[in-house]
Structures are given as structure tokens and as C-alpha cells.
Design a protein around this ligand. Structure first.
Ligand code: ADP
Ligand code: MG
Length: 680
């Protein structure tokens, strides 16, 4: 494989534009893309024509006989397209009579050709101008952060910086399972996770059944996945990950947040497509299998200047340390102050199963900075010099701030938000999430703190700046240090300790989401021009709607599986046992048939419970549909429906443990295969 040749071969990127666009047009696009302004129509017309030509003449796209869609594509569509937005969830932002929505090309994210179609990354807004998408607020948040960062950098002496970029690399976890197995389970097919099935007797036995056969082909899959992603300009690197059987991970090279988010969406799509080719199903659900580790997405996040400085890199000189500490503290203060909003940014029905499962970060937001940095921070707080692991760090041109050494301590894998040397890794996002949301919140919250810092420092004389920064850092640390936690986030002690510290523990989506429309949250987003009040309210509704729909579909799927598939197997097995027992009686009239009776008694009793649980769930699922208030409805689904699903599962799992696998019309959740029993 000739990587340089295939890399980004399907992408209308900067290189292609530079080669093909007239110079002045290219410059205009670059400017638009850098400043986030709108394309002029004449520029757009030329770009559209060149884009079209590139796509057709390079043989990526063959126009249809009548000229097809691509032929109608002009600059107008690039600047302002008008697709029908009526089926797009708008959370009340759009009445049906204004079903139109508008799209506008985001020139900072390149267009590409996939499966014979030209794709153009666009922002999407309603007839009334409200953002319906995640891209618009993400771009707004990147601008807000850049503006705030540039101001403070100028104050601290980095006057050559004109723009700051948010950088993101999101590592993506996923499962590959056999497609035939997948297709046989309605729950996996319809909801992405198994809703019933006894846990495996010894942990990860499912390996044999769902995963075992895949292994030889997995590396071919990864190879193909890399290749297809590279063609699309996604700098991906697949790797094996041994946490759960057949769970894998893909780590991209980091990019500008906006492009990284688009690329992550593309990655998820291509993962599924390539899986299909190989006879696999790619599962992106946060918790596909009970009893087996779920999947997340690690959002690595940092900020870099247009002069090439990573602002979360401690750096080599005291001046860089000062900047570093300011930005570090802005992140700490932001994450503490807006912890609820950050938690909401990763809230989905699926992720609720993962957070707090003692395998993924807990639902409590906290920050890990490592021992070395913790020492530096306490020295700032106490106003003393720092002595760290034999390396005494003090002085620097600035006499009040300690110098930072690179941390050598082990990484803390249990922290939801960990400093990893030159970036933060946010580990709460679930595997199916769009990483736009957490990055919107991070950018905005950090921008908010940088604005605050700027206000506090803007009138300080340069000769007193170091002192003033020190005092500010000290004050911020005192206020926000409760968010710092270097210990094990999986323990119950931490839950208690976090409670004492007053940290939020928002275990479920319905618990978390009301904080999204709190005064604090609304004021954060509106102040920085990220969301209007209406845009926040619409998203609040969409969070709840998605949650309600997800759990509703799960409940119906479980009911159908139990009613049709499971019960059929159960009844058939009971019938066979009965028939056999009666036959045996004929032959041996004195036989007690204890074994058969025992099975029948247990299954009979269990079926009573199953019927009762099934009826309760069916009744309450209907009742849930009738609840008018969305939040009340979501709470009902969380507290009642999910609990009743668990109850039903408890009883069917009991029965399933007795019924031989061949009686079930779907592959069992766990595999009680003799070979598995032997292996350790
Ligand atoms: P690991 O965490 O496994 O040691 P790395 O530190 O190399 O691996 O990176 C993990 C992820 O973090 C990768 O996706 C990488 O691109 C991303 N990353 C590295 N540096 C940055 C940065 N400055 N900003 C955003 N993401 C980054
Ligand atoms: Mg990671």
C-alpha cells in the first residue's frame, strides 16, 4: 500500500485547492476558513465549479444521464443550501410550516468523496437562523476560546499570537462481532445491546461464541479500515485493545477540533461499513454486553497557538511555565465550575450504563493532574517553593512561580479528566457520542475562565504581572481545588469523599439534564454567543426525547423477545421434559422423575414471575407514553421502566440458565460450552 499516494486521495483539501483554484480565490477561501467568515458568492461559484470538476474528472463520481444532482451544484448551494429540515430533530426550534433549513459549507473542514458521492461538511440552521447542528456551536466555541486566549496571551507577552486552535484527538473504542450472531439477536439489532441473557458463569466466555471465530480476520479488517480512512484524509491508527474480548480501539492523530469531530463521525460510519464487508457487525454502543466492559471515546484536548505553541505543554522556559499555569488553571476552574454541564455533554441512555460501572470513569467529574503537578499547585496555594522527586524547582525569571517538571508518575486510568503531559484526556464520552458536545462545553467553559482572568489582569503593570498572576492562581486554586483528585475513581470511598467535597454525582441522564437549563448554564452559553436561550431549550428537549425514545424501544424490544422468542423456547423445553417424563413413567411406573419434576417446578415458578414482570413492564410502558411532561417522562423511564426491565431480565436469566441453548431461537448471551468450563 502506497500510503502517501492514497492518503487523502478522496479529499478536496488544501493541497487540491491550492493546485486547482485561481490564486485570488484560493486566498479568499483560506481567509474565510481562518477567520470563520462567510464565503462571497463569486468565490463560492468558482469553488463549486472546481470542486465539481475535481470530483467528476478524477473519476470519483459519474454524473447521471440527465445531468444528476452534482451537475446542479453551484456556489449558491455552497453558501446557502436549502435541504428539507422537517425530519431533523429540532426540539421545537422549527414549526412544520417552516420546515426548511439552511446549510452552509464549513471551509475549515474539507469536502470529500465517499461511495461515489461528494460530501460537503456544512453547518445547518433553521429558517429562523437558529443552529440545528453541532458544528455551528462548536465553531462558535472555538472562536470564543481563541478570542479569550489571544487576549490573555498578549497580556502575558506573547503578542505575536493572533489565533488559538482547539486540538482534539478522540480515541474510539468498538466491538467487532460475528454478523450472523448479531442478526439473530433482536436486542443487538434494534437497540445495540443485549437486553437479556444470564451473565457468563466465568466472565468472558462469550469470546468463544461471539468473538472467537473472528480473530484471524481482524487484522485484515483493521488494515482495510485504515486504508479507507486514509483515503478520506482521516489520520487513523487502529490498534488492538485487550480489555474486553474483541474490543478494539482506533486512535487518530489529533487535529483542529472541528475537523477531528467531523472525522470521528466519518470514522464511526466507515468502521461499520468495513465491518459489513468482512462479515462482522461493528458495535458502537456504550455497553453492548452485560458483564463485559463497555466502550468509550477518549477525547484528548488541548489548545495551540498559530505560532505553534501547545499551551498545555509545560515547556522549557519560565515564560512558558507562566502561560502553561494560567491555561492549566483555566481548565481546572472551568471543569469545576461547569462540572454539571460537562457531565451533560456526555449524557446518553447508553452511556448511563457505562459511567459508574467500575470499569469506566464514574459519573462524578474530577481532574487528575499527577503527583508532580499537584506539588506545584500546592506550592502555589501555600506560597512556598516546591521540591519534587529530588528536583528542586524554583526561581525562573519570575521568582514567584515554580518551574514545572514533566510528570513521571503513572497515568491514572480511572480519572474522568486526566492531564497526560501536554493535553487533557476526557474519558467520559461514550463510544457512540458525537464529540462535538464535550468540546463545545470545554471550549466555552475554558473561554469563560480566561475572560475572567483577563478582566482581573488587564490593568496590571507589566512589572507586577508575575505577582498578580501568582495571586490569581492562588485564589483560583483555593476556590476550585476540590475538583482535583489523584486517587482511584472507581471506589466507593471516592463517591463518599466527592459528596463531602460537594461535587455533583449525576448518575443518570434525567438527573443531569435539568442542569443544562440552569441559570448558570444558560448564562455561560449565551454570554459567549455559543447558544441562544432557544437553542439551549431545544437541545434540552432533544436530550430528553432521545433518552425516552431509546428506553422505550428497549422496553418494547425486550417484551417482544421474551414474549415471542424466549417463551417459545421455554414452553417447548417444558413440553419436551414433560413428554419425556410421561414416557418414562409408562416404562417405569415407580420412577419419581425427580429430575424432570425439579426442572418443571423451577421453570413453572419462574414463568409465573416472568409473566407478572412482563405484564407490569407492558402496562407501565404504555403508561409512560402518556406522560406529558418530558422530564417527568424521562424520570419514569429511568426509575420505573429500566428497573422493571431489570426485574424481567432477572427472571428470564434464571430460566435461561436451565434451558439448553438449542431451545432458544437466538444465541445465548453467555456460552456454557464445556470447552469454556475447562479453560481458566
Ligand atoms: P497514549 O495516550 O496512548 O499514550 P498519545 O499520548 O500519543 O497516546 O495520544 C493519545 C491521543 O491523544 C491521540 O489520539 C493523539 O492524537 C491525541 N493527542 C496528542 N497530542 C494532542 C494534543 N496536543 N491535542 C489533542 N490531542 C492530542
Ligand atoms: Mg486514551
Amino acid at each position: 500500500m502506497n500510503i502517501p499516494e492514497i492518503y487523502a486521495s478522496m479529499v478536496f483539501n488544501d493541497k487540491v485547492m491550492r493546485e486547482r483554484l485561481p490564486k485570488d480565490i484560493y486566498k479568499a477561501v483560506r481567509k474565510t476558513s481562518k477567520n470563520g467568515t462567510h464565503l462571497e458568492l463569486d468565490v463560492a461559484n468558482t469553488v463549486a465549479a472546481v470542486m465539481k470538476e475535481w470530483a467528476i474528472h478524477d473519476g470519483f463520481i459519474s454524473p447521471t444521464e440527465d445531468g444528476g444532482v452534482i451537475m446542479d451544484f453551484s456556489g449558491k448551494e455552497l453558501v446557502k443550501g436549502e435541504p428539507d429540515a422537517s425530519s431533523f430533530p429540532s426540539g421545537g426550534l422549527r414549526a412544520t410550516f417552516e420546515a426548511r433549513g439552511y446549510t452552509a459549507w464549513d471551509p475549515s473542514s474539507p469536502a470529500f468523496v465517499k461511495d461515489g458521492s461528494l460530501y460537503i461538511p456544512t453547518a445547518f440552521c433553521s429558517y429562523g437562523g437558529e443552529a440545528l447542528d453541532k458544528k455551528t456551536p462548536l465553531l462558535r466555541s472555538m472562536e470564543a476560546l481563541s478570542d479569550a486566549a489571544v487576549k490573555i496571551l498578549h497580556l502575558l507577552g506573547s503578542t505575536d499570537v493572533t489565533h488559538v486552535d482547539t486540538t482534539v484527538g478522540s480515541e474510539q473504542e468498538y466491538f467487532l462481532i460475528d454478523k450472523e450472531m448479531y442478526k439473530k439477536r433482536k436486542d443487538l439489532l434494534l437497540t445495540g445491546r443485549t437486553l437479556m441473557g444470564a451473565p457468563a458463569p466465568k466472565g468472558q466466555e462469550m469470546e468463544d461464541h461471539y468473538f472467537g471465530v473472528l480473530k484471524p480476520k481482524v487484522s485484515e479488517y483493521m488494515h482495510e479500515l485504515d486504508k479507507e480512512l486514509w483515503e478520506l484524509g482521516v489520520p487513523a491508527k487502529t490498534k488492538h485493545n485487550e480489555v474486553a474480548p474483541s474490543q478494539h480501539e482506533l486512535a487518530p492523530v489529533f487535529q483542529t477540533a472541528n475537523v477531528a469531530v467531523d472525522h470521528n463521525q466519518l470514522t464511526m460510519e466507515v468502521m461499520k461499513k468495513v465491518a459489513d464487508k468482512f462479515g462482522y457487525a461493528c458495535l458502537l454502543h456504550e455497553k453492548p454486553f452485560e458483564g463485559i466492559n463497555g466502550s468509550g471515546k477518549h477525547n484528548n484536548w488541548s489548545v495551540s497557538t498559530d505560532t505553534g505553541v501547545n499551551l498545555l505543554d509545560p515547556g522549557k522556559t519560565p515564560g512558558q511555565d507562566l502561560q502553561f499555569l494560567v491555561f492549566l488553571m483555566a481548565v481546572i476552574a472551568a471543569v469545576d465550575e461547569y462540572q454539571e454541564v460537562l457531565r451533560i455533554s456526555v449524557a446518553t441512555a447508553g452511556n448511563d450504563h457505562r459511567l459508574g460501572g467500575n470499569e469506566a470513569p464514574p459519573a462524578i467529574v474530577s481532574i487528575f493532574v499527577g503527583d508532580e503537578l499537584e506539588k506545584v499547585l500546592s506550592s502555589i496555594e501555600e506560597g512556598t517553593s516546591v521540591k519534587g522527586s529530588g528536583k528542586t524547582q524554583m526561581g525562573m525569571g519570575a521568582h514567584v512561580l515554580p518551574h514545572i517538571m514533566r510528570d513521571t508518575t503513572d497515568r491514572n486510568r480511572t480519572s474522568p479528566f486526566a492531564f497526560t503531559g501536554n493535553k487533557f484526556e476526557f474519558r467520559m464520552p461514550g463510544s457512540s457520542l458525537s464529540v462535538a458536545d464535550p468540546n463545545i462545553v470545554l471550549n466555552t467553559a475554558v473561554a469563560d475562565k480566561l475572560v475572567l482572568f483577563y478582566e482581573r489582569l488587564k490593568d496590571v503593570a507589566p512589572s507586577e504581572m508575575d505577582e498578580a498572576v501568582h495571586d490569581l492562581l492562588q485564589e483560583m486554586l483555593k476556590k476550585h481545588k476540590r475538583i482535583l483528585f489523584n486517587g482511584n475513581g472507581y471506589t466507593d470511598e471516592w463517591v463518599e469523599e466527592a459528596g463531602r467535597r460537594g461535587l455533583a454525582n449525576l448518575a443518570s441522564l434525567p438527573d443531569a439534564v435539568p442542569h443544562f437549563i440552569s441559570d448558570k448554564s444558560i448564562s455561560l452559553f449565551t454570554k459567549h454567543g455559543i447558544y441562544t436561550r432557544e437553542e439551549i431549550l431545544s437541545r434540552y428537549e432533544i436530550y430528553l426525547e432521545n433518552y425516552v425514545k431509546t428506553v422505550h424501544i428497549e422496553a418494547l424490544t425486550l417484551l417482544e423477545m421474551v414474549r415471542k422468542d424466549f417463551t417459545t423456547g421455554l414452553v417447548r423445553y417444558m413440553k419436551d421434559v414433560t413428554t419425556e417424563a410421561l414416557k418414562k413413567r409408562d416404562l417405569l411406573p415407580d420412577s419419581l422423575c425427580s429430575y424432570e419434576s425439579e426442572i418443571l417446578k423451577t421453570l413453572d415458578k419462574t414463568s409465573e414471575e416472568i409473566v407478572a414482570a412482563m405484564n407490569r413492564l407492558a402496562e407501565d410502558t404504555s403508561k409512560a407514553e402518556g406522560i406529558a411532561d418530558l422530564l417527568e417522562q424521562a424520570k419514569f423511564y429511568h426509575e420505573t421502566i429500566l428497573a422493571e426491565m431489570d426485574e424481567l431480565r432477572f427472571w428470564t436469566d434464571r430460566a435461561e440458565a436451565i434451558i439448553p441453548d438449542e431451545y432458544l431461537p437466538y444465541p445465548p448471551h453467555s456460552v456454557r460450552h464445556p470447552r469454556c468450563e475447562e479453560s481458566v
